[in-house]
Design a protein around this ligand. Structure first.
Ligand SMILES: NC(=O)c1ccc[n+]([C@@H]2O[C@H](COP(=O)([O-])OP(=O)(O)OC[C@H]3O[C@@H](n4cnc5c(N)ncnc54)[C@H](O)[C@@H]3O)[C@@H](O)[C@H]2O)c1
Length: 434
């Protein structure tokens, strides 16, 4: 099949490369000429493990190409995916659909023959209807179907998630469109991946329901962590004790500094808005949003308390800035709330992140970026682990302790054991553990 991917970001580039790897002919389009230049020159605009090789292989095989020209990619395509951003609209939390609608208009102008337009971007219920209306207005004569196909990949494990998903969700009423979607995902059906075929609105809602539920699960264990601290229990054992129950499941039960990233914060907000507009508020998700926002502020207070309530003029080392390991994505990362809160109280921040330093330095002010974890520890009055990159699990702790001005370690991801750290002479603080 001929595929056009409109938007070559985290989702578009991974999906495009994976579809090419399935054997389809894919052209990835982006408005950002710098991004396309870089890809054409064999570079990568984002960090995602394994993606550079997958892209290079498929470019070499002639199945994957990049362009800034929507027309060129769409004209030949059987399926055109919309994978542009849907950030929170400033002020009201609604999903900003301006990129999606602009893409729909551009596609409409140039599409040719029966074309399936597939929304991979996360969009509120009814967006597919609006896309259909826009295309019909621009091209009353066109033969097309608009399909919803939400994406569930996780950054950091995106290729594996795309190629071995738990399920593929397709919202399509048109039979021809369903056939195209089956053909696109055929290699997955050979692996017996379940395909959930629904009407378009249901499919759109499935994505928000999934992210809302996961955000709520994370927030639940975070509240349990606070309770554990208050009553002298251990949240990791609580998580294991409940997670072994198959009705609950062990994933997304890691207590930490609150969820961030490019999806949960904006998708929970958008779900809240959609539900309110529909007159059917989702109070569990509204509370999840509030609890999570408060949590990020509380994490700065935790660091403050570990330093005896005073950080003015003191140096705090930070390990990990991205919203999770194995990505350079800084969108809504907890570090963006914690670091400025500490700076506002007069702390000096020095930080290390394996992949996110460049992106982080565009957003965070007055943070001294260091070349390795030891640089972040040097001369620090406290060291705070915000993101659990694997390399932070095997630090030379004796060296860290020697480098620090005082051995205060605040481990917001519980990657070390309290007894071990105390035995090594650290003043150790973690989340939800005595
Ligand atoms: N990042 C994730 O982990 C993830 C996972 C699942 C779903 N999603 C959803 O996928 C969508 C895309 O997310 P992302 O993280 O890939 O965003 P992104 O910001 O990384 O990429 C979007 C890209 O689209 C480009 N673009 C915008 N308008 C365009 C146009 N008219 N023509 C061509 N290119 C255009 C932008 O330049 C940008 O490169 C969002 O709706 C998001 O919620 C993201």
């Amino acid at each position: 099949m001929q595929v056009a991917m409109i938007g070559t970001g985290y989702v578009g580039l991974v999906s495009g490369a994976c579809f090419a790897d399935f054997g389809h002919m894919v052209t990835c389009v982006d408005k950002d000429a710098g991004k396309i230049e870089r890809l054409k020159a064999g570079g990568m605009p984002i960090y995602e493990p394994g993606l550079d090789q997958l892209v290079a292989q498929n470019v070499r095989a002639g199945r994957l190409a990049f362009t800034t020209e929507t027309a060129q990619a769409v004209r030949e395509a059987d399926a055109v995916f919309i994978a542009v951003g849907t950030p929170s609209r400033r002020g009201d939390g609604h999903a900003d659909l301006s990129y999606v609608y602009a893409a729909a208009e551009e596609i409409a102008k140039v599409m040719n023959g029966f074309t399936v337009i597939v929304t991979k971007s996360t969009v509120p219920v009814g967006t597919g209807d609006e896309i259909e209306r826009i295309i019909r207005k621009v091209r009353p004569d066109a033969d097309f179907a608009v399909v919803s196909n939400p994406e569930f990949l996780r950054e950091g494990a995106a290729i594996e998630d795309f190629k071995r998903p738990d399920r593929v969700v397709v919202g399509a009423e048109d039979e021809r469109a369903q056939r195209v979607m089956r053909e696109l995902y055929r290699p997955l059906f050979l692996n017996e991946t379940p395909m959930v075929v629904t009407d378009r609105r249901t499919s759109e809602l499935i994505k928000y329901a999934a992210n809302g539920f996961l955000a709520m699960k994370v927030t639940f264990i975070n509240e349990m962590a606070d309770l554990c601290e208050a009553v002298g229990a251990d949240v990791q054992q609580v998580a294991r004790g409940i997670g072994l129950d198959k009705r609950i499941g062990g994933k997304f039960l890691h207590a930490g500094p609150g969820f961030g990233g490019s999806c949960f914060p904006k998708d929970t907000l958008a779900l809240v808005r959609t539900a309110r507009d529909a007159g059917s508020p989702v109070s569990l998700i509204e509370t999840t949003v509030q609890v999570n926002d408060a949590r990020k502020a509380a994490m700065a207070d935790k660091v403050l308390a570990a330093l005896g309530g005073e950080v003015k003029g003191r140096t705090i080392g930070v390990l990990g800035l991205t919203f999770k390991p194995n990505t350079d994505d800084m969108r809504d990362a907890p570090s963006l709330a914690i670091i400025p809160a500490l700076q506002a109280k007069g702390a000096r921040i020095q930080a290390f992140d394996p992949e996110g330093a460049h992106e982080a330095s565009q957003i965070l002010k007055d943070v001294a970026m260091k070349d390795d974890p030891y640089g972040a520890a040097e001369g620090a009055d406290a060291l705070v682990i915000i993101t659990e990159w694997d390399q932070f699990r095997a630090l030379d702790l004796d060296r860290i302790k020697l480098l620090m001005t005082s051995p205060v370690l605040v481990d917001l991801r519980n990657i070390y054991k309290p007894q071990d750290m105390r035995a090594r002479g650290f003043n150790y603080h973690s989340v939800g553990r005595a």
